[in-house]
Design a protein around this ligand. Structure first.
Ligand code: GLY
Length: 383
């Protein structure tokens, strides 16, 4: 999976949010330029790097070296790896460490890690001293194409995913694509679900390109930068039009209503990574759309085929330990979905598909329809 480490010309994608606009810089081997970029953006700022134990072993020293080489004073805050850190205990720990490190209003937090670290460090930056700036340095594919962009930060409640949080935009995102070479194949595939999501929700040509090129993205050549930049452009355009998710931004949640319920049912554990839940969730959303007469069965098969070809789970029974508590009960899954942030006045918001590349946001699906759909899927598994 590893390609030669060489510096490519970075691609810059602008997130256009007026005086809170920022760049996403994407390129192979650009991590060493982080210090210079930050020194230019915030001269004199001190930096606290928030990361997890796994990422720290691979990338912390190089990140510190880049910052210190640019004359920036650094401190480090290392949290446990995994979703467990996106908790009340996790946010308390990071906030207290930031205060102890004397990070002030003019200083900076760097989130060096995947989606968990980005959400956690971003939320700490949003609330410590009523808000300090932060920079995202995403180290997973999922974080590079989705969670590091757009300013959603937060932690989980025991009652559901991402229920505590704030919108807080970073001032810069630096995505070094070589960093992805150290991901496990499973983590890489899970992140790829979010790449496929952009094709499904709004760009049929991109989806078709992915069908041909997904193996090249894994290998790490120019196709990887292209896929990440295309995903970031799609996300940046939507965020610029609807930062606070009053409408169109909800499209980015394709597959997430089902996916979050599955993640909650599996206890945010290694049984199901976030991207794997999204993959199954996107197939369920496509199948529900098909049942409602919105999308052709041939498109649904094409979606299933591509996600499976990319090595992703596409069915409920693909989840490790399927048959254990929580997953085999349509009413239980409905109850978990009812905790979703996208519930408005008791009605679930679903992102459904009219075709590959044409997603719509709707609150018009009756809960009984979704319940019957899930009960039918579960009955198929048992048959
Ligand atoms: N991950 C969905 C969003 O940022 O809106």
């Amino acid at each position: 999976m590893t390609a030669p480490l060489k510096t490519s010309d970075p691609i810059t994608v602008d997130v256009a949010l007026g005086d809170r606009s920022y760049d996403i810089v994407i390129g192979r081997g650009i991590l060493p330029s982080l210090g210079e970029r930050i020194a230019a953006l915030r001269p004199g700022a001190r930096v606290a790097i928030v990361t997890d134990e796994y990422v720290a072993t691979h990338w912390l020293r190089r990140t510190e070296a880049s910052l210190q080489g640019a004359g920036i004073a650094t401190s480090r805050i290392v949290v446990d790896e995994g979703e467990v850190s996106k908790s009340y205990e996790g946010i308390e720990f990071v906030c207290e460490e930031l205060i102890a490190a004397k990070i002030e209003r003019n200083d900076l937090v760097i989130a060096l890690g995947g989606g968990v670290v980005g959400d956690l460090a971003g939320f700490a930056a949003a609330i410590v001293r009523r808000g300090v700036d932060f920079v995202q340095v995403p180290t997973s594919l999922l974080a590079q194409v989705d969670s590091s962009v757009g300013g959603k930060t937060g932690i989980n409640s025991p009652q559901g995913k991402n229920l505590i949080g704030a919108f807080h935009q970073p001032i810069l995102v630096v995505a070094d694509t070589a960093v992805l070479d150290t991901l496990s194949p499973r983590q890489f595939r899970a992140g790829y679900a979010e790449v496929a999501k952009y094709g499904l929700l709004g760009d049929e040509a991109f989806f078709a390109w992915l069908e041909t090129n997904h193996a090249e993205i894994v290998k790490g050549g120019a196709a990887r930068e292209h896929a990440i930049a295309a995903s970031c452009r799609a996300k940046a355009a939507i965020v610029a039009r609807d930062e606070r998710e009053t409408g169109e931004r909800a499209l980015l949640n394709l597959g997430h209503t089902f996916g979050h319920a599955l993640e909650t049912a599996t206890g945010f554990s290694d049984r199901l990574y976030h991207g794997e839940g999204v993959s199954i969730g996107m197939v369920l959303a496509a199948e529900l759309s098909c049942g409602l007469g919105m999308i052709a069965e041939t498109d649904v098969s094409r979606i299933r085929r591509h996600l499976a070809a990319a090595g992703l789970p596409t069915r409920l029974q693909d989840i490790a330990g399927f048959g254990q508590e929580g997953l085999t009960d349509a009413d239980g899954l409905m109850a978990l979905m009812a905790q979703d942030k996208k519930v408005k006045r008791g009605r679930l918001t679903f992102i459904l598909l009219k075709a590959i590349g044409r997603a719509v946001v709707t609150s018009d699906v009756e809960p009984a329809t979704v319940r019957d759909f899930l009960a039918g899927k579960l009955a198929d598994v048992r048959a």
